[in-house]
Each structure stands twice: as C-alpha cells, then as structure tokens.
Design a binder for this molecule. Structure first.
Ligand code: AMP
Ligand code: MG
Length: 190
C-alpha cells in the first residue's frame, strides 16, 4: 500500500530532525518540506526572499502558495511520501490553518503524526536556531500552541479519516522516536 504521512508540530519541536531520520530508515520514502515548496513559488512570484517571511504575507497570498504546494504534493507517487508541515500558522491576521479542507484532501494523508516537546525544550530550540527568524515565545504561549495543535490535529483526522499519532520528541531520544514511526509505517505498508 502507498503511504502518505503528514508530520506536523509547532516550530521548535524538532520535527525536521525526526522526519529526516524517519525517511532515512524507510526504503523508498521521499521527504517533502511543505514550506520549501511554498518558498520556491513565493520567490518566483517575488513575494518573499526568506521562508520566515511567508507567514507575514497577507493570508490571501499565503493561500495561493499553499494551494500550489498541495497540488505538487498530490502528484508524488513514491511508496512513502513524508510531508513536513504545520497544522496552523501564526500570521498577523491570527492563527491560520495549514491543512484546510481542500489542502488536506488534495494530499490524501494515510497517517497524521504530531510531534510534541516540552515548552522548555521548544523555547531552547527556538532561541538557539540561528538559521531561522523564529518567533519569541513565553511558557504560556507555547502551552497555548501545543494545545491548539491537538485540536487542529483531531480536526484533520476527522476530515480525512486518517489515524492520528502523537509522539514526544524528548531531547536525545530523536532516534527512538523516528524508529517507532518507521515501525508503525512499515506495518501499515504491508
Ligand atoms: P518550516 O520550515 O516547516 O518552519 O516552514 C516554513 C514556513 O512555511 C512556515 O513558517 C509557514 O510560513 C510555511 N508553511 C509550511 N507548511 C505550511 C502549510 N501547510 N500551510 C501554510 N504555510 C505553511
Ligand atoms: Mg522545520
């Protein structure tokens, strides 16, 4: 069976590390970063220069890029496509869904995986990532985002009929987390 795992989590949970390990442990898997696809189109349309400018664009422009990215993902045919993306985006116009109905339907996920970490670890990772322009956060705002993520995850699961899994990416346990996901997906692909 062909699989499509949509992996989500708030910025700083260590999602990209987990999905990179996951894909390297699964033969025939392809990793797609949704934001990178949006960025490619965003740059060619001269909307932005850097990925952290995407979420500051007017939502209508972000929607165009989001739809284009989903349409590209819809054409991918690998045995396992792992999509690194977000359940919601903190925009100047409010929280905006990363997986609205048409977008999540186009991607046809078979599995929805939410990566979490403790607010302390998330704050540390955001502060030490010099490659990005991460939003600063308080303990309260991180707790709010973590809780919001679970609500959005349940909605995506209901919309698509795909099962949802929540994994805790504790510092130092990235390999174990990735391995458990490889095991789950290998079982599903039989
Ligand atoms: P990332 O590298 O995963 O943090 O993604 C970079 C940026 O891409 C995010 O900050 C968002 O602006 C955008 N992005 C990623 N996934 C989505 C999505 N599903 N819907 C809308 N924007 C997204
Ligand atoms: Mg990332």
């Amino acid at each position: 069976m062909k699989l499509r795992a949509v992996v989500v989590g708030i910025p700083g949970v260590g999602k990209t590390t987990v999905v990179t390990k996951l894909v390297s442990g699964f033969k025939g898997a392809k990793l797609v970063n949704f934001g990178s696809l949006m960025l490619e189109t965003g740059i060619s349309m001269k909307f932005v220069k850097h990925r952290d400018e995407l979420r500051k664009l007017p939502v209508e422009k972000q929607k165009k890029l989001q739809k284009a990215a989903a349409a590209r993902i819809a054409t991918m045919k690998e045995k396992l496509v792992v999509v690194d993306t977000h359940l919601f985006i903190r925009t100047p116009e409010g929280f905006w869904p990363g997986l609205p109905f048409d977008v999540v339907r186009a991607m046809k996920p078979t599995h929805l995986i939410l990566v979490e970490a403790s607010p302390y670890e998330i704050a540390q990772r955001r502060a030490s990532d010099s490659t990005r322009y991460r939003d600063a956060a308080t303990h309260e705002s991180l707790m709010e985002e973590l809780s919001l993520a679970r609500s959005f995850l349940a909605t995506s699961s209901t919309l698509t009929g795909a099962p949802m899994t929540v994994v805790k990416n504790t510092q130092g346990l990235q390999d174990e987390v990735a391995e458990s996901l490889v095991k789950m997906l290998s079982g599903a692909s039989k």
